[in-house]
Structure formats: structure tokens, C-alpha cells
Design a protein around this ligand. Structure first.
Ligand code: ADP
Length: 755
């Protein structure tokens, strides 16, 4: 018992399983057996490890011979219950008696409960030579169960260690994916997202070469985006225009099917695979799939035939799923950015289009905006006559930088019959754009013929529709090379098209309005002229009447009546004059504007006014800068402005008053001031003097004839010339009216260019 305790303690002290089991067999020997054998079985019942202790004459046990096979089988079948002595078996052979026989068998299976048989311990030849009793067998039993415990424990530990390793792997993977998630979702920069993905993929798969291809916009092929490791130069030649075709290799297959592909050189004939690296032996292609749509393919290659096990590809698939989400986000972000850019382009194009109301100018800008926004070589606008199924060329615009384009565009006013072109008729009927490409096998023969005649490679035809009506056609033309129009291009063209349609319609309306304006001016002019003659007659007869009265003598009452008629006729005359002037000023077009010397104009007006000033014995002084007084605008209108101001100064200043006219100029402005020492205007009336038909009546000014139109015309004209009017006035002291204008811009440029 002491020996047993010592043995067990020793076993427990041993940290290592082998040493413990060795200690156990040693202990059995020490307990009075010549030899002890301990065998550990593998899962398939083969002896895995063998521990022996002691010496016997018998040949050393070999694998499979620890327990005779037949007996072992009977044990496994449960046939040896009769020989069982608690945990072990004692099978005496041959004769009865107490003496140990050669073939006597003592063994203890190593097993925990109903668990698998882990091994066996056999004890041979008791030193005493006597057959064992249950008491002598008991320590073996104890040691055997100890051994079974140790082995089982070790096995569990082993398993735990194994699963701990697996778990550590899983944890690392998970944290990588988590990190990926975090990184991917916090970045909208596509380049960053993709580089990260590739880096993880390469690291995880221990690959030597990596390539991430993105699907082209038209989904017809793949374009390399991120390259890692050494790639065959061929791969780098794939571009947006000439992408890696989807029917080529495992990369194409992955893109086509959305499924992971693994290719090994070992399994394939040379040439049956398309590796992207020179020494590659295995290739893994993982598609990036989002909402059922393949966005791209990650391709990894290794020089190791056995690379890319199921576990790795599984991991990469999961990584790819996440990357696809991020890629999609980045793509959406990029699209919205692109959209914002496009909007800016469209907005400025729209402004350019709507900035003018002249029809041909509008059309030219539409054509230009379309060609430029779609990066095409030219654009045309045609007028559409639905009754005759004809279109007439109104505007042709060719992009200046598209020098090597081949298209021959029809001259202006050419009439194109559309009846033969089914696609065009269809586009017009559906009011939808249609795209024609010479390289497209589906392009109908007639259309193809037309395109060949015109040297056009690709074009988009866009019906211009306003208020449910096709008002025209826009053709965006590419004459340099084949061109695929993306949905975004169509969107841009449609947006420009709709703005163009509105502008076109506005131009039509504007023309109508202008016609009406013309009519109105015509009528005012006619009415005024028609009034002028009878008024002239009226005034003539008043004078005749006056003369005949002079012969016969007239009463003071008759004299007063005549004066009243004269006055009224004068008022009517100045009304007609002012109306005509106003009309002339308003209908005058900017096309008649010019650079002129404001100084000379002021001089001319002042000199013309001198005679009426002389009648009132007033003094008119003119002071003006000798140079730097060039202005840009309408001479007629500004002459009227100055004449009105000088005329008012003479009118509203009593006899023998003084009038000063001055003109000064600087880089910023030219200023004209007319100052008088006349009646002045009281503050409460000052606020209204620029209103049409407003007349401020001050004490002493009742007799002065006027229409109240002069100053309103001054204000209108000056402001139309980007200038400003001002005045200051004190009743009984005098007034100063002034205005300033910007000086004429440097030679060759007009105000409008500058704006
Ligand atoms: P009108 O035909 O009456 O002169 P205007 O529009 O030229 O019409 O002027 C509006 C009113 O402003 C005039 O009726 C007059 O009362 C006042 N006014 C204009 N110029 C002067 C001036 N230099 N001094 C005093 N009052 C003036």
C-alpha cells in the first residue's frame, strides 16, 4: 500500500502524460510483476504508444500483441464478464492451482465509464510465481483507472487546446471582419475601401498576387482597379473601352455567375486557365455582389498548388460581401457627387440657355451645352414639322477641340425627311431619346446608311418637348470613335433637352410679345402723329382768331379765353412730345448703343438750351473735364436726359437766375450735375418727383407748363445705363439734379461683355 501511494503521488507530481504513464508501469512492476505494458490506442484501435517496464524472457510485445487478438475481441464483445475482477480481467489458462501459468492473462482496459477504450495495461509474471488474488490485483486496478483518467484528461486538454486554437483563429477572423466593417462603413472613398479589402484578402489567403477588377458601367467587362504583387503586363491593358471580357477565365466566370471560382494549374491543361501572375499555380476569384448585382471580382493567386482551402475562400467570401456593401455605398456616394457635378454643369448650361431670348442664340447654346456636357464632337438642333415628317437644320455646333472628328454635317436650313427612319419616328412618337451606333449590329440599315453618309460613329437623338408638343430635335453626335452613352449621359441630355424646350418655347412666346410691343409703339406713334396735325391747326387758328380780334378789338374776357385755349393746346403738344420721346426711348434696342463722348453731348445740349435761357435772361455756365468722358450707351436717350434736366432748371428758375452744368469723370464714374438757384421743391413733394405724371407745384410755379413725364424718363434711362440719379433741393434756394454713369469700358468691349 505504501508503494502504491508513493507511485500515485509520483504520478500526480508528473506534469507530463508520458512520464506519468511510465511511472504507472514502473509502479506495477514495483508491486511485484516482472513486466508491465501500457498501450494507448488511436481512434481506430491501433496501438499508438507503448510503455513497458521490467524484464521478462518473453519476446518484447509488439503492436497488436499486447493482448491476444481473440481475447481482446471477446472483451470488446462483452464476453469476458466471468473473468472480471472489479476494473480488470484475470484469465487463468490451463491447469488449476495456485502457480502462475505461462499463458495466464491479467489486463485492465483503460476506459472512462462507457467512453471509448483508450488503451490497455497488462501485467505479466508475478515475481512470487503465484497466481494473483483479488487483493494483489486491486493496486493494478487503481493504477489503471488512474492511467485512464490521465489519458482521458490529456485527451480533453488536447481537444480543448485544439478548439482554443480554432477559436483563436475564429476570433482573429471575426475581429478582422469587424475591423473591416468599421473601416468600410466609415469610408466613402472607394479607393480606400478597395485597397483595404485587397490588403486583408492578400494577408488572409497568404496570396502572392492580387487584383481587384470593377465591372464597367455597361456590365460588359471588367477593368483592373487595384493591383498587388507582380502582374502580367497583359492584365494592365484592359481599360474601360476594352475591358476584360466576361467569357474569359475564372475571373469572367465569377463575374458572370456571381460565384466563387477556384482554379489550380495541377488540375488543368496548360492554357486552360488565365492566371494574372507569372508563377501562379492556383487562382481564387471572389465576386463582389450587391443586391444580386456583381460590382467586381477580387482575384488572388498563389504559387502554391494547395493554396485557397475552403476555409480561406469562405472567409474571403464573407469579406467580399462586406466590401461589396461598402463599395456600393462608395459608388452611390460617387454617383451623388457626380450628380452634383452634373447638376452644376446643367445649371450653368441652363443659365446660358435662358440668358438670352433670341431664338437662334438659344438654339446655338443648347447645341453647345449638349455637345460639351456629353463630351461629344458636335450637336445639331432641328425644327420639326410633324405634318410633313420633316426636320429642318436650324443650328449646327461643332466642338472646337474635336479636330479629328470625321462627321460631315448638313448645312443650315437643310430639310431632312424622317419618314424612312423608323427609330427616329419611334423616338418622336414616344418622346424619348434614341441612341444609334454604327458599331451596333441592331442599328437598322437606313439609319446606318445615313450615319455612314454623315461620317457619324454614334449619336443620340433627343426630341425637344414643351407643353406636350415636340418643338424640335436635338442630335448629339460623336464623329471620332464609337461611343456608348451611359444612363447618366441620357439623363444629362434629357435635362438639357427639357430646359432647351422651355427656352425654345419662351423664345417663341417672346417673339410674340415683341410683335405686340411693336404694334403698341406703332399705335402710339400713329396716334401722336395724328393728334399733332389737328393740334397744329388748332394753334394756327387761335393765332388767326387773335389777329382778327386785334382788328376789331377784343374784350379782356375774350383775351382770357384765347389765352386759355393757347395754354391747353401747348400742354397737349408737350404731352404728345413727351409721350413720343418716352416711346422712342423704350423701344430703342441696345443694339444701337455705342461709345461716345459724354462731354460733347453735354456741350451740344447746353448750347441748344441757351436761347430759351436767354429769353429769361438767365446765365448758363458749363464746366466740363476735357478728356476721359467717354460713355457707352444710347446717345438719343442720354441727350433727352440732359435736355430734360437743363430744361427743368431753366423752367423752374425765375428770370435772371443762374444755372450751372458740370461734367466730371474718373475711372469709376462720369457725373453730370445741373444746379440752379430756382424755386426749389419742398421736402414733402420731393419723394414723388420721379413718378410718371407727377408735378410738384410750388408757390410761383403754377404758370409753368409740364407733363410730369420728364424726370421719370431721366430715371429710366440712367438706370438702364447702369447709372444712378440723385437730387437735392431747398425751397426758395435752388435745386441740383445729377446722375452718374460708368465710363465706357476699354476699347472693343461693351458693358454686356463685362457683365
Ligand atoms: P415737368 O414736365 O412737370 O417738368 P418733370 O418730370 O420734368 O415734369 O418734373 C417733375 C416735377 O419736379 C416738376 O413738375 C417740378 O415740380 C419738379 N422739378 C423738376 N426739376 C426741377 C427744378 N430744377 N427745380 C424745381 N423743381 C423741379
Amino acid at each position: 500500500m505504501v508503494q502504491l501511494q508513493a507511485a500515485i503521488r509520483q504520478v500526480l507530481d508528473e506534469p507530463d502524460l508520458d512520464a506519468s504513464l511510465t511511472a504507472i508501469v514502473d509502479a506495477i512492476c514495483a508491486l511485484g510483476w516482472r513486466r508491465a505494458v501500457l498501450a494507448l490506442y488511436s481512434d481506430i484501435d491501433e496501438i499508438k504508444v507503448l510503455f513497458t517496464s521490467g524484464t521478462v524472457d518473453e519476446p518484447p510485445v509488439t503492436a497488436g500483441a499486447v493482448i491476444p487478438a481473440a481475447i481482446w475481441q471477446r472483451y470488446l464483445d462483452g464476453d469476458l464478464a466471468a473473468y472480471r475482477v472489479s476494473g480488470l480481467y484475470y484469465i487463468p489458462q490451463g491447469q488449476p492451482g495456485n502457480a502462475w501459468q505461462r499463458d495466464d492473462l491479467v489486463f485492465a482496459p483503460l476506459r472512462r465509464g462507457q467512453g471509448p477504450v483508450l488503451g490497455v495495461i497488462r501485467a505479466e509474471q508475478p515475481v512470487s510465481g503465484e497466481r494473483p488474488s483479488p487483493e494483489t490485483l486491486r493496486p493494478i486496478d487503481i493504477l489503471a483507472s488512474q492511467a485512464a483518467y490521465l489519458v482521458e484528461h490529456a485527451r480533453l486538454l488536447d481537444e480543448a487546446a485544439c478548439s482554443a486554437a480554432v477559436m483563436a483563429d475564429q476570433i482573429e477572423e471575426l475581429s478582422m471582419i469587424r475591423q473591416a466593417d468599421r473601416e468600410l462603413s466609415s469610408h466613402l472613398d472607394m479607393e480606400h475601401v478597395i485597397t483595404l479589402t485587397m490588403d486583408w484578402a492578400l494577408r488572409q489567403a497568404a496570396a502572392s498576387t492580387g487584383l481587384l477588377c470593377l465591372m464597367t458601367d455597361n456590365k460588359k467587362g471588367l477593368v483592373p482597379y487595384i493591383k498587388m504583387g507582380y502582374l502580367l503586363p497583359d492584365v494592365l491593358n484592359w481599360t474601360e473601352r476594352n475591358p476584360w471580357p466576361l467569357d474569359r477565365g475564372a475571373i469572367g466566370r465569377a463575374a458572370r455567375t456571381g460565384e466563387v471560382q477556384i482554379v489550380r494549374a495541377l488540375d488543368m491543361e496548360a492554357g486552360a486557365y488565365y492566371f494574372i501572375g507569372e508563377d501562379s499555380r492556383a487562382q481564387l476569384c471572389v465576386p463582389l455582389v450587391m443586391r444580386g448585382e456583381v460590382l467586381g471580382v477580387v482575384t488572388l493567386e498563389s504559387n502554391d498548388d494547395a493554396a485557397f482551402d475552403a476555409h480561406t475562400s469562405n472567409f474571403l467570401e464573407r469579406l467580399a460581401q462586406r466590401a461589396a456593401v461598402a463599395l456600393d455605398n462608395a459608388r452611390l456616394f460617387r454617383q451623388s457627387e457626380q450628380l452634383a457635378d452634373d447638376m452644376a454643369v446643367l445649371y450653368s448650361a441652363g443659365r446660358a440657355i435662358t440668358a438670352t431670348l433670341e431664338r437662334d442664340e438659344v438654339l446655338k447654346r443648347i447645341a453647345q451645352s449638349m455637345a460639351v456636357a456629353l463630351e461629344c464632337s458636335s450637336a445639331m438642333i432641328l425644327d420639326y414639322q410633324p405634318e410633313r415628317l420633316e426636320a429642318q437644320v436650324l443650328v449646327v455646333y461643332r466642338v472646337g477641340t474635336a479636330r479629328n472628328s470625321q462627321e460631315v454635317l448638313p448645312p443650315l436650313k437643310t430639310v431632312l425627311p424622317l419618314g424612312d427612319y423608323s427609330t427616329l419616328i419611334d423616338a418622336l412618337a414616344r418622346r424619348r431619346p434614341v441612341i444609334l451606333r454604327a458599331a451596333d449590329a441592331h442599328t437598322p440599315a437606313m439609319e446606318l446608311d445615313l450615319m455612314q453618309q454623315m461620317g457619324v460613329q454614334a449619336m443620340m437623338l433627343m426630341p425637344l418637348v414643351a407643353q406636350e408638343e415636340v418643338v424640335g430635335l436635338a442630335l448629339v453626335i460623336e464623329g471620332r470613335q464609337d461611343r456608348v452613352f451611359s444612363p447618366n449621359d441620357i439623363f444629362k441630355a434629357e435635362t438639357l433637352g427639357s430646359q432647351a424646350s422651355v427656352a425654345l418655347r419662351q423664345a417663341l412666346l417672346y417673339n410674340e410679345v415683341r410683335e405686340l410691343e411693336k404694334l403698341k409703339s406703332e399705335m402710339i406713334r400713329m396716334a401722336s402723329h395724328d393728334l399733332r396735325n389737328p393740334l397744329g391747326n388748332l394753334m394756327g387758328y387761335v393765332e388767326l382768331l387773335d389777329m382778327s380780334f386785334r382788328r376789331t378789338g377784343k374784350t379782356s374776357e375774350q383775351d382770357e379765353f384765347l389765352n386759355n385755349v393757347r395754354r391747353s393746346a401747348k400742354i397737349m403738344q408737350s404731352l404728345i412730345d413727351d409721350l413720343l420721346t418716352l416711346e422712342r426711348v423704350e423701344s430703342e434696342r441696345e443694339a444701337q448703343w455705342q461709345v461716345f463722348d459724354l462731354g460733347a453731348l453735354v456741350y451740344e445740349v447746353v448750347e441748344a438750351a441757351r436761347s430759351s435761357a436767354n429769353l429769361k435772361r438767365q446765365i448758363v455756365r458749363l464746366e466740363r473735364a476735357a478728356t476721359g468722358t467717354l460713355a457707352y450707351g444710347s446717345v438719343t436717350q442720354l441727350r433727352q436726359v440732359i435736355a430734360n434736366l437743363v430744361g427743368n432748371a431753366i423752367k423752374y428758375t425765375p428770370d435772371e437766375g443762374q444755372i450751372e452744368v458740370s461734367l466730371s469723370g474718373s475711372d469709376e464714374r462720369l457725373e453730370v450735375i445741373v444746379r440752379d438757384n430756382g424755386y426749389g421743391i419742398s421736402p414733402e413733394r420731393q419723394v414723388r418727383i420721379f413718378e410718371r405724371f407727377y408735378r410738384a407745384r410750388e408757390p410761383g410755379t403754377d404758370h409753368i407748363v409740364g407733363t410730369g413725364l420728364g424726370l421719370s424718363l431721366v430715371k429710366t434711362v440712367v438706370e438702364r445705363h447702369s447709372g444712378q440719379v440723385w437730387f437735392e433741393s431747398t425751397p426758395g434756394v435752388g435745386s441740383a439734379f445729377g446722375f452718374w454713369l460708368p465710363p465706357a469700358p476699354p476699347q472693343g468691349r461693351t458693358n454686356r461683355d463685362r457683365a
